[in-house]
Ligand binder design. Structure first.
Ligand SMILES: Nc1ncnc2c1ncn2[C@@H]1O[C@H](COP(=O)(O)OP(=O)(O)OP(=O)(O)O)[C@@H](O)[C@H]1O
Ligand SMILES: [Mg+2]
Length: 253
Protein backbone atom coordinates (compact mmCIF):
# COMPACT_ATOMS: atom_id res chain seq x y z
CA UNK A 1 0.00 0.00 0.00
CA UNK A 2 1.33 3.53 -0.73
CA UNK A 3 2.70 5.08 2.42
CA UNK A 4 0.03 6.88 4.37
CA UNK A 5 1.27 8.80 7.36
CA UNK A 6 -1.14 8.90 10.31
CA UNK A 7 -4.80 8.58 9.31
CA UNK A 8 -5.07 5.22 11.11
CA UNK A 9 -8.72 5.76 11.95
CA UNK A 10 -9.63 6.76 8.40
CA UNK A 11 -7.74 3.79 6.94
CA UNK A 12 -9.41 1.43 9.40
CA UNK A 13 -12.81 2.79 8.34
CA UNK A 14 -12.00 2.23 4.68
CA UNK A 15 -10.80 -1.34 5.28
CA UNK A 16 -13.88 -2.10 7.40
CA UNK A 17 -16.03 -0.65 4.63
CA UNK A 18 -14.40 -3.01 2.12
CA UNK A 19 -14.56 -6.03 4.41
CA UNK A 20 -17.88 -5.94 6.23
CA UNK A 21 -20.19 -5.04 3.36
CA UNK A 22 -22.49 -3.14 5.72
CA UNK A 23 -22.61 0.03 3.64
CA UNK A 24 -22.48 0.57 -0.07
CA UNK A 25 -20.62 3.87 -0.23
CA UNK A 26 -17.96 5.82 1.59
CA UNK A 27 -17.18 9.48 0.93
CA UNK A 28 -13.81 10.98 1.83
CA UNK A 29 -14.37 14.67 2.08
CA UNK A 30 -12.15 17.51 3.10
CA UNK A 31 -10.43 20.67 2.03
CA UNK A 32 -7.98 20.89 -0.86
CA UNK A 33 -4.69 19.13 -0.11
CA UNK A 34 -5.90 17.50 3.10
CA UNK A 35 -5.03 13.99 1.86
CA UNK A 36 -8.21 12.68 0.21
CA UNK A 37 -6.50 11.26 -2.87
CA UNK A 38 -3.84 9.62 -0.72
CA UNK A 39 -6.51 7.76 1.27
CA UNK A 40 -8.57 7.08 -1.83
CA UNK A 41 -5.55 5.43 -3.51
CA UNK A 42 -4.90 3.37 -0.41
CA UNK A 43 -8.52 2.23 -0.53
CA UNK A 44 -8.25 1.33 -4.22
CA UNK A 45 -5.10 -0.66 -3.57
CA UNK A 46 -6.63 -2.45 -0.59
CA UNK A 47 -9.65 -3.40 -2.70
CA UNK A 48 -7.41 -4.80 -5.45
CA UNK A 49 -5.44 -6.77 -2.84
CA UNK A 50 -8.73 -8.28 -1.72
CA UNK A 51 -9.58 -9.36 -5.25
CA UNK A 52 -12.24 -6.72 -5.93
CA UNK A 53 -12.76 -5.59 -9.49
CA UNK A 54 -12.00 -1.87 -9.31
CA UNK A 55 -13.50 0.60 -11.77
CA UNK A 56 -11.86 3.94 -11.14
CA UNK A 57 -11.65 7.44 -12.50
CA UNK A 58 -10.04 10.73 -11.48
CA UNK A 59 -11.96 13.46 -13.29
CA UNK A 60 -10.33 16.86 -13.47
CA UNK A 61 -11.75 20.34 -13.51
CA UNK A 62 -10.88 20.83 -17.17
CA UNK A 63 -13.03 17.85 -18.24
CA UNK A 64 -16.35 18.67 -16.68
CA UNK A 65 -17.75 19.57 -20.11
CA UNK A 66 -16.63 16.32 -21.79
CA UNK A 67 -19.82 14.35 -21.81
CA UNK A 68 -19.44 10.84 -20.34
CA UNK A 69 -15.63 11.10 -20.16
CA UNK A 70 -15.63 9.83 -16.57
CA UNK A 71 -17.85 6.87 -17.50
CA UNK A 72 -15.40 5.99 -20.27
CA UNK A 73 -12.53 6.09 -17.79
CA UNK A 74 -14.49 3.87 -15.41
CA UNK A 75 -15.40 1.23 -17.94
CA UNK A 76 -12.77 1.20 -20.65
CA UNK A 77 -10.40 -1.33 -19.06
CA UNK A 78 -13.09 -3.83 -18.14
CA UNK A 79 -15.39 -3.31 -21.06
CA UNK A 80 -15.08 -6.75 -22.61
CA UNK A 81 -15.65 -8.55 -19.32
CA UNK A 82 -18.54 -6.23 -18.69
CA UNK A 83 -20.18 -6.50 -22.06
CA UNK A 84 -20.19 -10.30 -21.85
CA UNK A 85 -22.86 -10.34 -19.21
CA UNK A 86 -25.25 -7.92 -20.87
CA UNK A 87 -28.17 -8.31 -23.27
CA UNK A 88 -27.38 -7.02 -26.76
CA UNK A 89 -29.36 -3.72 -26.59
CA UNK A 90 -27.60 -2.76 -23.36
CA UNK A 91 -24.21 -3.68 -24.78
CA UNK A 92 -25.01 -1.45 -27.74
CA UNK A 93 -26.10 1.46 -25.52
CA UNK A 94 -22.82 1.28 -23.62
CA UNK A 95 -20.71 0.79 -26.76
CA UNK A 96 -22.18 3.95 -28.26
CA UNK A 97 -21.89 5.88 -24.97
CA UNK A 98 -18.26 4.82 -24.67
CA UNK A 99 -17.56 5.79 -28.32
CA UNK A 100 -16.81 2.19 -29.28
CA UNK A 101 -19.62 2.02 -31.85
CA UNK A 102 -21.48 4.43 -34.09
CA UNK A 103 -25.14 4.84 -33.12
CA UNK A 104 -27.39 2.87 -35.50
CA UNK A 105 -30.07 5.54 -35.48
CA UNK A 106 -30.55 7.97 -32.63
CA UNK A 107 -28.00 8.01 -29.83
CA UNK A 108 -29.13 5.95 -26.83
CA UNK A 109 -31.25 7.69 -24.20
CA UNK A 110 -29.38 8.64 -21.01
CA UNK A 111 -31.76 6.35 -19.11
CA UNK A 112 -30.70 3.40 -21.30
CA UNK A 113 -27.03 4.15 -20.62
CA UNK A 114 -27.72 4.39 -16.88
CA UNK A 115 -29.68 1.14 -16.77
CA UNK A 116 -27.00 -0.61 -18.84
CA UNK A 117 -24.26 0.64 -16.51
CA UNK A 118 -26.17 -0.66 -13.47
CA UNK A 119 -26.70 -4.05 -15.10
CA UNK A 120 -23.05 -4.16 -16.16
CA UNK A 121 -22.04 -3.58 -12.53
CA UNK A 122 -24.40 -6.34 -11.41
CA UNK A 123 -23.02 -8.72 -14.03
CA UNK A 124 -19.48 -7.98 -12.83
CA UNK A 125 -20.58 -8.41 -9.22
CA UNK A 126 -21.79 -11.90 -10.10
CA UNK A 127 -18.12 -12.83 -10.37
CA UNK A 128 -16.91 -11.10 -7.20
CA UNK A 129 -17.03 -7.81 -5.29
CA UNK A 130 -16.84 -4.59 -7.30
CA UNK A 131 -15.54 -1.21 -6.20
CA UNK A 132 -16.46 1.91 -8.15
CA UNK A 133 -13.86 4.49 -7.13
CA UNK A 134 -14.17 8.17 -8.08
CA UNK A 135 -11.62 10.67 -6.86
CA UNK A 136 -12.93 14.26 -6.84
CA UNK A 137 -16.60 13.72 -7.58
CA UNK A 138 -17.02 17.49 -7.87
CA UNK A 139 -15.29 17.30 -11.26
CA UNK A 140 -17.54 14.60 -12.73
CA UNK A 141 -19.13 15.60 -16.02
CA UNK A 142 -22.91 15.81 -15.52
CA UNK A 143 -23.93 12.81 -17.67
CA UNK A 144 -21.43 10.54 -15.89
CA UNK A 145 -22.54 11.84 -12.49
CA UNK A 146 -26.16 11.08 -13.38
CA UNK A 147 -25.31 7.54 -14.51
CA UNK A 148 -23.34 6.85 -11.32
CA UNK A 149 -26.03 8.36 -9.11
CA UNK A 150 -28.66 6.23 -10.84
CA UNK A 151 -26.68 3.08 -10.07
CA UNK A 152 -25.79 4.17 -6.53
CA UNK A 153 -29.46 4.60 -5.64
CA UNK A 154 -30.20 1.04 -6.70
CA UNK A 155 -27.42 -0.93 -5.03
CA UNK A 156 -29.20 -3.14 -2.56
CA UNK A 157 -27.60 -6.38 -1.54
CA UNK A 158 -25.21 -6.43 -4.50
CA UNK A 159 -21.49 -6.68 -3.63
CA UNK A 160 -20.91 -3.31 -5.30
CA UNK A 161 -19.43 -0.42 -3.34
CA UNK A 162 -18.52 3.17 -4.07
CA UNK A 163 -15.38 4.86 -2.80
CA UNK A 164 -15.70 8.57 -3.43
CA UNK A 165 -13.72 11.65 -2.56
CA UNK A 166 -14.89 15.24 -2.68
CA UNK A 167 -13.68 18.64 -1.66
CA UNK A 168 -15.82 20.14 1.06
CA UNK A 169 -16.03 23.51 -0.62
CA UNK A 170 -17.42 23.65 -4.11
CA UNK A 171 -14.77 24.94 -6.50
CA UNK A 172 -15.49 25.96 -10.03
CA UNK A 173 -12.63 26.35 -12.46
CA UNK A 174 -12.67 27.90 -15.84
CA UNK A 175 -9.97 28.48 -18.37
CA UNK A 176 -10.04 31.38 -20.72
CA UNK A 177 -7.59 33.42 -22.61
CA UNK A 178 -7.16 37.15 -22.54
CA UNK A 179 -5.80 37.08 -26.08
CA UNK A 180 -7.54 39.39 -28.48
CA UNK A 181 -8.80 41.73 -25.83
CA UNK A 182 -7.53 45.24 -26.26
CA UNK A 183 -5.81 45.55 -22.96
CA UNK A 184 -2.64 46.89 -21.46
CA UNK A 185 -0.02 44.54 -20.05
CA UNK A 186 -2.55 42.64 -18.03
CA UNK A 187 -6.29 42.40 -17.34
CA UNK A 188 -8.16 42.15 -14.09
CA UNK A 189 -10.62 39.30 -14.32
CA UNK A 190 -13.47 38.85 -11.93
CA UNK A 191 -15.34 35.57 -12.04
CA UNK A 192 -18.61 35.10 -10.25
CA UNK A 193 -20.67 31.96 -9.94
CA UNK A 194 -24.38 32.00 -9.31
CA UNK A 195 -26.90 29.21 -9.18
CA UNK A 196 -29.65 27.78 -7.03
CA UNK A 197 -28.32 27.83 -3.47
CA UNK A 198 -24.75 28.80 -4.41
CA UNK A 199 -22.65 31.90 -4.83
CA UNK A 200 -18.96 32.59 -5.26
CA UNK A 201 -16.57 35.19 -6.56
CA UNK A 202 -12.84 35.44 -7.29
CA UNK A 203 -10.48 37.91 -8.89
CA UNK A 204 -7.27 37.28 -10.74
CA UNK A 205 -4.80 39.23 -12.84
CA UNK A 206 -4.10 37.78 -16.27
CA UNK A 207 -1.21 38.77 -18.49
CA UNK A 208 -2.33 39.66 -22.00
CA UNK A 209 -2.44 36.63 -24.26
CA UNK A 210 -2.01 34.17 -21.38
CA UNK A 211 -4.37 31.47 -20.19
CA UNK A 212 -5.17 31.12 -16.55
CA UNK A 213 -7.30 29.05 -14.24
CA UNK A 214 -9.56 30.67 -11.70
CA UNK A 215 -10.60 28.66 -8.68
CA UNK A 216 -13.71 30.07 -7.07
CA UNK A 217 -14.52 29.17 -3.49
CA UNK A 218 -18.25 28.66 -3.40
CA UNK A 219 -20.62 29.22 -0.53
CA UNK A 220 -23.38 26.72 -0.87
CA UNK A 221 -26.18 25.03 0.93
CA UNK A 222 -25.43 21.43 1.87
CA UNK A 223 -26.51 19.01 -0.83
CA UNK A 224 -26.43 21.60 -3.62
CA UNK A 225 -25.63 19.97 -6.90
CA UNK A 226 -26.15 20.67 -10.54
CA UNK A 227 -25.35 23.16 -13.25
CA UNK A 228 -24.71 26.78 -12.42
CA UNK A 229 -24.10 29.86 -14.49
CA UNK A 230 -20.53 31.04 -14.49
CA UNK A 231 -19.84 34.61 -15.42
CA UNK A 232 -16.41 35.99 -16.22
CA UNK A 233 -16.07 39.74 -16.18
CA UNK A 234 -12.87 41.05 -17.75
CA UNK A 235 -12.07 44.59 -16.79
CA UNK A 236 -9.56 46.48 -18.83
CA UNK A 237 -8.94 50.19 -19.12
CA UNK A 238 -12.30 51.60 -20.09
CA UNK A 239 -13.72 48.30 -21.28
CA UNK A 240 -15.69 45.48 -19.65
CA UNK A 241 -16.32 42.13 -21.38
CA UNK A 242 -18.63 39.51 -19.95
CA UNK A 243 -18.66 35.82 -20.85
CA UNK A 244 -21.15 33.30 -19.56
CA UNK A 245 -20.80 29.54 -19.42
CA UNK A 246 -22.35 26.62 -17.56
CA UNK A 247 -20.47 24.56 -15.01
CA UNK A 248 -21.52 21.64 -12.90
CA UNK A 249 -21.17 22.10 -9.18
CA UNK A 250 -21.37 19.31 -6.62
CA UNK A 251 -21.20 20.49 -3.05
CA UNK A 252 -21.09 17.85 -0.39
CA UNK A 253 -20.98 19.86 2.80
N1 LIG B 1 -1.64 10.87 5.25
C1 LIG B 1 -0.72 11.19 4.35
N2 LIG B 1 0.41 10.46 4.23
C2 LIG B 1 1.36 10.79 3.34
N3 LIG B 1 1.27 11.81 2.47
C3 LIG B 1 0.17 12.57 2.54
C4 LIG B 1 -0.89 12.31 3.46
N4 LIG B 1 -1.87 13.22 3.30
C5 LIG B 1 -1.45 14.01 2.30
N5 LIG B 1 -0.24 13.64 1.85
C6 LIG B 1 0.52 14.31 0.77
O1 LIG B 1 0.04 15.64 0.67
C7 LIG B 1 -0.20 15.99 -0.67
C8 LIG B 1 -1.66 16.32 -0.89
O2 LIG B 1 -2.42 15.16 -0.63
P1 LIG B 1 -3.61 14.68 -1.55
O3 LIG B 1 -3.30 14.87 -2.99
O4 LIG B 1 -4.00 13.31 -1.11
O5 LIG B 1 -4.71 15.73 -1.10
P2 LIG B 1 -6.17 15.96 -1.66
O6 LIG B 1 -7.05 16.18 -0.48
O7 LIG B 1 -6.55 14.86 -2.58
O8 LIG B 1 -6.00 17.31 -2.46
P3 LIG B 1 -6.97 17.91 -3.63
O9 LIG B 1 -8.20 18.46 -2.93
O10 LIG B 1 -6.15 18.99 -4.23
O11 LIG B 1 -7.30 16.79 -4.57
C9 LIG B 1 0.29 14.81 -1.52
O12 LIG B 1 1.60 15.07 -1.95
C10 LIG B 1 0.28 13.64 -0.58
O13 LIG B 1 1.27 12.72 -0.91
MG1 LIG C 1 -7.09 14.88 -4.55
Amino acid sequence: MAEVVGRDDELASILAFLDDGASSAILLEGEAGIGKTTLWRAGVEAARDRGHTVLSCNPSGSETHFSLSALRDLLDDDFDALADGLPEPQQRALRVALLRSEPEEAAPQPSAVAASFLNALRALAGRGPVLVAVDDVQWLDSPSAEVIEYAARRLRGDPIRLLLSARTEGVAKVKYTAAGIACPAQVDATASLTGKGIAGKASVKVAAGKTTTIAIPVKAKAGTTGPATFKIVLKTNGRTTTETCKVRVVVTK
